[in-house]
Design a protein around this ligand. Structure first.
Ligand code: HEM
Length: 132
């Protein structure tokens, strides 16, 4: 059963609480039995019912336990067809690495400003000492 192939149009027919398919990383999961137990609530699962939920799932940063539950719900794989939405290319860390870049520049600026201030303070103390 788990090696069955589904197209997006197959999956989109399973979008109700009692019959709920989700696509995560090109695998197809039947979340119907889990909807009531989901700690994040049933609404979010119903929102992505019959669709690609990769981004929604990964954005939350689900635990390994959540991923294990997911494996238990596996029913098959996604069969892409022409005209299907593009695969959701979720790259872990892509957001934080660009954040880190921003932080890097900020950090340099901070060190530079700190250096200038320290130099200024040093000069100030020097001239003060000379005048006494
Ligand atoms: C069948 C797929 C899913 C499974 C098996 C699943 C499982 C879980 C589990 C076990 C937790 C508890 C925390 C953890 O272990 O990470 C959780 C929390 C959560 N999930 Fe999911 N989840 C699924 C899909 C989704 C989707 C598509 C969303 C969409 C946004 C979502 C949103 C959340 C949120 C917001 C929480 C945090 C709840 C809280 O801590 O208050 N989940 N999920």
């Amino acid at each position: 059963m788990a090696d069955k192939e589904f197209t997006y149009s197959d999956i989109s027919a399973h979008a109700t609480k009692k019959d709920l398919f989700l696509v995560i990383h090109d695998k197809v999961y039947n979340a119907s039995s889990f909807v009531d137990e989901h700690p994040g609530g049933e609404e979010v699962l119903l929102d992505v019912g019959g669709q690609d939920a990769t981004e929604a799932f990964e954005d939350v940063g689900h635990s390994d336990e959540a991923r294990e539950i997911l494996e238990g719900l596996l029913v098959g794989t996604l069969k892409r067809q022409e005209g299907d939405p593009k695969p959701k290319s979720y790259e872990p860390g892509s957001v934080s690495s660009s954040d880190a870049g921003g932080l890097g520049v900020g950090l340099y600026a901070l060190i530079l400003i700190g250096g200038v201030l320290a130099f200024g303070a040093y000069q100030y103390l020097q001239t003060k000492q000379e005048s006494t």
